[in-house]
Design a protein around this ligand. Structure first.
Ligand code: ASP
Length: 462
């Protein structure tokens, strides 16, 4: 018999159906055995009545067994109906149960919120942790958010393009993860901290509107809202100003989250300068929600603009605050080109803040070689170093690169806001532990001597 999804059973009252899924709960009442069965579409109660040929099998079955069940969908007597539960008005009268695969007892209770369970145990059995209701919901919210962003961007004529994972370092203010090259012993690729340079080159290539659900990998100290890996809705557009990019992202975010049933506190999103934000909130990330907003799950977005382009390094030189590829605001371009009033130069960076997190960030870019050169000059790079770092960008900018700008939306931080989670790892399927251990699998691991030799690497035993 063909499988019916549990969520569809309400349409099959009086019929004999076959469902497949997991045993969520079993309640053995002696003569009768009750079950809750679970599949991707939901839960339903089943009962094995006295004298049913299924009673023997029912006695053997435990929670989390995978089963195929045949039965009749019955309306529950009114007094037993549970209006507040999915399928609360029906019950499956079980005629036969086939065990597709048994299960050992769960290493921890997955029938409740698992956030209090030891992190390393959850990580080791992440595939079981992900069965819990909260984690199922978080992953589905994530999937829906990404799907809706994609749909929105396609509707606005964006092209989705993948960029390499094995690449050269793009500075995003973090350390690189590096990958040794077998073909070039002693040389290394860097995993992308972001697709920044490639997406700009796609503007040179004439795509005008690019996006990618991109993976960014950054070797930074792990915190509640930071992991080595995160994903971003990465966007770049040609022939745009700050206003255009901000409007596009504001419209995308509004369309997506409202379609998902969320309420936005203030539209259009309020704007504040970096200076005012620091004076008013003590930081460039702030939470505009009242306690009541928080209870209602409201999303409070705001744009932060007018960031300083440069900040002093510990050694007394200058470095970029956000992105070396940015353009200063038009009024300050002249100062940059002359190398004057460096500390006062403001960048076209725009950050989108939501409920205390940085939800997105981007800028208009330097699209002429001399502007990017001026930025690297301020940062003290020699002509040689400049060429080594961004020579390929300077070359590209000499071949008709249009004015362009973009943004990246941090997917995890957005999903944290949508789900109310405060830890990044609650919205990733297989996150790392705080100690940098992968979920389920045991990386990082040592290489074999053969691999080391092939890669031309020697491990310093210290
Ligand atoms: N590359 C930046 C980041 O990953 C975002 C951008 O400026 O588009 O944070």
């Amino acid at each position: 018999m063909e499988r019916t999804l549990i969520g569809e059973l309400g349409k099959h009252v009086g019929e004999t159906v076959s469902i497949s899924g997991w045993v969520d709960v079993r309640r053995d009442q002696g003569k009768m055995v009750f079950f809750d069965f679970r599949d991707r579409s939901g839960l339903v109660q089943g009962v094995v009545l006295p004298g049913s040929p299924a009673i023997e099998a029912a006695k053997d079955i435990r929670n989390e067994y995978v089963v195929r069940v045949e039965g009749v969908v019955n309306k529950r007597p009114e007094k037993n109906a549970q209006a507040d539960r999915q399928n609360g008005d029906i019950e499956l009268e079980i005629k036969g149960i086939e065990i597709l695969n048994p299960s050992e007892a769960m290493p921890f209770d997955i029938s409740n919120d698992t956030s209090g369970i030891d992190e390393s145990v959850r990580a080791e059995y992440r595939y079981l942790d992900l069965r819990s209701k909260r984690m199922q919901k978080n992953m589905r919210v994530r999937s829906e958010f990404i799907r809706r962003c994609r749909e929105y961007l396609f509707s606005k004529d964006f092209t989705e393009i993948e960029t390499p994972l094995l690449t050269e370092s793009t500075p995003e203010g973090s350390r690189d993860f590096v990958v040794p090259s077998r073909l070039n012993p002693g040389k290394f690729y860097a995993l992308p901290q972001s697709p920044q340079q490639y997406k700009q080159l796609l503007m040179t290539a004439g795509f005008e509107r690019y996006f990618q659900i991109a993976r960014a990998v950054r070797d930074e100290d792990l915190r509640a809202d930071r992991g080595f890996e995160h994903s971003q809705v990465d966007i770049e557009m040609s022939f745009v100003t700050m206003e255009d990019v901000m409007a596009a992202v504001e419209d995308m975010v509004t369309t997506v989250v409202e379609a998902m049933g969320y309420t936005i506190k203030e539209k259009p999103f309020p704007r504040i300068s970096y200076k005012d934000a620091v004076e008013k909130y003590g930081a460039d990330k702030f939470d505009l929600r009242t306690d009541e907003d928080k209870e209602k799950g409201i999303l409070a977005y705001a744009w932060v603009v007018n960031f300083p382009f440069f900040e002093k390094t510990e050694e007394g030189g200058w470095t970029f605050t956000h992105n070396p590829f940015s353009m200063p605001i038009p009024e300050h371009l002249d100062w940059l080109m002359k190398g004057e009033r460096i500390g006062e130069i403001l960048t076209t960076q725009y950050d989108l803040v939501c409920n205390g997190y940085e939800s997105a960030g981007g800028s208009i870019r330097a699209h002429k070689p001399e502007i990017l050169e001026a930025v690297y000059k301020v940062m003290g790079f020699s002509a040689e170093e400049l060429k080594e770092r961004v020579g390929h960008m300077l070359t590209a900018f000499r071949y008709g690169t249009p004015p362009h700008g973009g943004i990246a939306l941090g997917i995890e931080r957005n999903i944290m806001n949508l789900t109310g989670e405060t830890m990044l790892r609650e919205v990733q399927a297989f996150p790392m532990t705080r100690g940098g251990q992968t979920a389920v699998m045991k990386a990082p691991k040592a290489l074999t001597d053969k691999q080391l030799k092939e890669l031309g690497l020697k491990i310093d035993k210290k």
